[in-house]
Design a protein around this ligand. Structure first.
Ligand code: TRP
Ligand code: SF4
Length: 327
């Protein structure tokens, strides 16, 4: 039998190319697993409870990006968390059996509360403390055994397994599997300034950027700072443009490295080459998105259908849960 995957992302709106490798990995997993991909809008509320006016648009934008990259609603269940209320019921029932200390010791918790606090926002709420427990409910309600996530999510997966174990033990039933994280070796693409790519640093490139936008972002990339004249020998190892060539232009990589070190290519020309390659890679995604944007009804149908399929699976689990808990 095929393994079952659940993964999710908080709706942050349009995605950037840093998300692309994660999504392309999801696209591959669709072939090997039964896959559930969820827009975690309730999770977004744990920190953005006071800025909900844009959330619908953000969900929509993220879903369109998923579909443009190749998430296929014929192969995967694609849905929005808040459309499947059963997640909230399971979260509540889990909250009865989860010691506070398990949540408080989650390494991201105190960190995040402090970081947000420094920016003047108090997220020491009940909901934010429960973030990983809601995530456990997301996963376990589908009895998923595999969860593709980044390393930062490992403590959440650990908690998920602890909750599954405790539930099975308390109610003397094997309702839940103990899901394992699936870490993929994904290339890490920095932002155009060399820092971690993030919308909030304004150093990102949108998945659906057009050629002009790509070119202008590439022009802003940090190159070898020691290089002033175009025939100065350069050091590609310290250059963000070179890192991007590694991913978007592997065939010419050796040539670029040699020419850079030999002072035979200027940074302007090197950046132009990159912009062309990136445009080639992103073009088909951009075109698919344009097509999808013309079909809002199709998107509505995909969302409704995903919710129905997800709810069907979630309800089965909840029946079992209520039965073993005798409620
Ligand atoms: N916490 C995840 C993140 O920030 C998003 C998420 C919510 C998730 N529920 C999930 C990921 C369930 C995997 C499984 O990336
Ligand atoms: Fe970077 Fe290319 Fe300039 Fe070398 S030539 S420093 S790789 S942009």
């Amino acid at each position: 039998m095929k393994g079952r995957i659940l993964s999710g992302m908080r709706p942050t709106g349009r995605l950037h190319i840093g998300h692309l490798s994660v999504l392309e990995n999801w696209v591959k997993l669709q072939e090997e697993y039964e896959t559930f991909f969820m827009v975690a809008d309730w999770h977004a509320l744990t920190t953005a409870f006071d800025e909900t006016e844009e959330i619908k648009n953000k969900i929509w934008d993220m879903l369109l990006d998923w579909l443009s990259v190749g998430i296929d609603p014929e192969k995967s269940v694609v849905f929005v968390q808040s459309h499947v209320k059963e997640h909230a019921e399971l979260h509540l029932l889990f909250s009865m059996i989860t010691p506070l200390s398990w949540l408080e010791r989650c390494p991201t918790y105190k960190d995040q509360v402090q970081q947000f606090g420094e920016r003047g926002k108090d997220i020491s709420t009940y909901g934010f403390l429960g973030y990983p427990l809601l995530q456990a409910a997301d996963i376990l309600i589908y009895r998923a055994d595999t969860v593709p996530v980044g390393e930062d999510q490992l403590p959440h997966l650990e908690l998920c397994r602890e909750v599954a174990r405790r539930f099975n033990y308390l109610y003397n039933a094997k309702v839940f599997p103990e899901p394992q994280a699936k870490l993929a070796k994904l290339p890490l693409l920095p932002g155009i300034d060399g820092r971690k790519m993030s919308k909030s640093y304004n150093n990102d490139i949108s998945i659906t950027a057009d050629f002009d936008e790509i070119s202008s972002r590439v022009r802003q990339m940090i190159t070898d700072p020691q290089r002033i004249h175009k025939n100065d020998p350069g050091n590609p190892e310290v250059c963000t443009v070179y890192l991007y060539h590694k991913i978007y232009n592997p065939d010419e990589l050796e040539e670029i490295e040699a020419n850079c070190r030999g002072g035979k290519i200027g940074c302007v020309a090197c950046k132009k080459k990159l912009a062309v390659k990136m445009d080639e890679a992103l073009g088909p995604i951009r075109e698919r998105r344009k097509e999808l944007e013309k079909k809002p009804q199709l998107i509505e149908d995909i969302i409704a259908d995903g919710a129905e399929k997800a709810r069907k699976e979630a309800s089965k689990t909840m029946e079992k849960v209520r039965e073993v808990m005798r409620i």
